[in-house]
Design a protein around this ligand. Structure first.
Ligand SMILES: C[S@@+](CC[C@H](N)C(=O)[O-])C[C@H]1O[C@@H](n2cnc3c(N)ncnc32)[C@H](O)[C@@H]1O
Length: 237
């Protein structure tokens, strides 16, 4: 599996590799991953899937949704089954998470998911304008130390990229178990002219949106006594 380098240098701080894959997982990665993996050309603009432009896979009659940092892919796979008439792109640079997704895709014969195995900002930069109906950012890395806040995924520049690809009234759905990160996301989105917080009475951050499936990280947070925060935004029309 190849990874691309960002034109502005290193922007990805999380880990890419964990323990070695089992022989079965490795075999599936070798044979099946290319069927689902989106590639980015050296121009950092052209996306392709199975040798064709990604635009041939994107069906203009269907909604296209994104999940940024899908971990092991459980939530993404749930979405693909729950909404068979939508298309999904998952983005995750962690190789072992990608391997889990690829195993599930091939075992469950899912054909409405494609994945990008790198920094989501590269993908956001290259997707067509106004092509995405909604994006999930679930339990992003919190980077609690102040000197690492610039590594947090939600930044003004990332919201600019997201605003460009979202359709008018497209959704941005975030969850975290870290109150200070929740406030960071809320403040950045409230400060951005493209986004509106769609919470009822501006205070129901403890209530998930309809159809929510708890993720692996949320289960860990709940076991350890931390309370989830759900933040839902809409791109202004
Ligand atoms: C704390 S985990 C949460 C995983 C999953 N969403 C869940 O709730 O179980 C954060 C994930 O975001 C991924 N990630 C970190 N930076 C990313 C980036 N720039 N683009 C895409 N994914 C990223 C990490 O590899 C990791 O899998």
């Amino acid at each position: 599996m190849t990874f691309v380098s960002h034109p502005q240098g290193k922007t990805l701080y999380g880990r890419r590799k964990g323990p070695s894959l089992s022989p079965r997982q490795q075999a599936l990665m070798d044979t099946k991953a290319p069927l689902y993996q989106i590639s980015l050309d050296e121009d950092f603009q052209s996306l392709s899937l199975k040798g064709d432009s990604l635009t041939t896979w994107i069906d203009p009659e269907k909604e296209l949704w994104l999940e940024i940092g899908f971990g092991g892919g459980e939530h993404l796979i749930h979405l693909a089954h729950a909404y068979p008439d939508r298309q999904f792109i998952g983005c995750e640079p962690f190789f072992n998470g990608i391997a889990k997704l690829v195993c599930a895709l091939s075992e469950q014969k899912i054909n409405n998911i494609a994945f990008f195995a790198d920094d989501a900002r590269l993908l956001l930069n290259a997707l067509p304008q106004h092509s995405v109906s909604g994006a999930f950012l679930l339990y992003p890395d919190p980077w609690p130390k102040k000197r690492h806040w610039k590594r947090r995924f939600v930044q003004r520049a990332t919201l600019d990229l997201l605003a460009r690809i979202l359709k008018d009234k497209g959704g941005f759905y975030c969850a975290t178990d870290k109150p200070d990160l929740g406030l960071w996301i809320l403040r950045h989105c409230l400060d951005h002219e493209a986004f509106v917080w769609t919470a009822k009475n501006n205070q129901d951050w403890d209530v998930p949106w309809d159809g929510w499936l708890s993720t692996r990280y949320e289960q860990k947070a709940l076991r350890e006594g931390r309370k989830p925060i759900y933040l839902q935004f809409q791109k202004r029309a």
